[in-house]
Ligand binder design. Sequence first.
Ligand SMILES: Cc1cc2nc3c(=O)[nH]c(=O)nc-3n(C[C@H](O)[C@H](O)[C@H](O)COP(=O)(O)O)c2cc1C
Length: 163
Amino acid sequence: MNITIIYPHKRKTKSSTYGIAQMVLDRLLSGGTLHEFYLPQDMPHVCAGCYACMNGREDKCGGHEYMQKLIAAIDDSELIIFCAPTYVYHIPGQVKTLLDHFAYRWLVHRPDLSLMCKQALIITTAAGGGMKSTVRDLRDSMNYWGIGRTNVITQAVWGYDWS
Ligand SMILES: Cc1cc2nc3c(=O)[nH]c(=O)nc-3n(C[C@H](O)[C@H](O)[C@H](O)COP(=O)(O)O)c2cc1C
């Protein structure tokens, strides 16, 4: 299947969310297209609260060129994977920055019903605590994007090195 995956950083071999994601991709990608995004590089723009997107002028947003690539990848995917380690009991700030740019696409604003045919997977790890609230941060957005089904993998790792 075609998959869009969003990583919160460029750590690979030492990252537990990356390690879990590779196990999932090994099982599910099976010849499909993989769209990979690394934060914050692939969404460096922080929402300025200008409301251009809410008013149908999302091309005026400083994050527009990044959003176009993300939306094209999501349109082409059946599954969207978020790697979201717990940072101070919540998603990393760079993931929240990305989610803020999708606010105008929430069901209550500008629904995209094609998202109802897609699934999401949230991969969350923590040294010990805070995964519930971290997952909730992302699940709220998946619900309000209108994603058909949101799946979750959580794992306490008691450290910061996948090995
Ligand atoms: C800035 C920062 C904040 C963190 N906050 C928490 C926390 O609130 N609770 C916790 O159990 N672990 C916390 N951790 C540890 C990570 O959640 C944990 O090591 C996670 O497995 C890292 O995933 P990764 O290897 O994919 O980056 C924090 C790590 C960082 C860098």
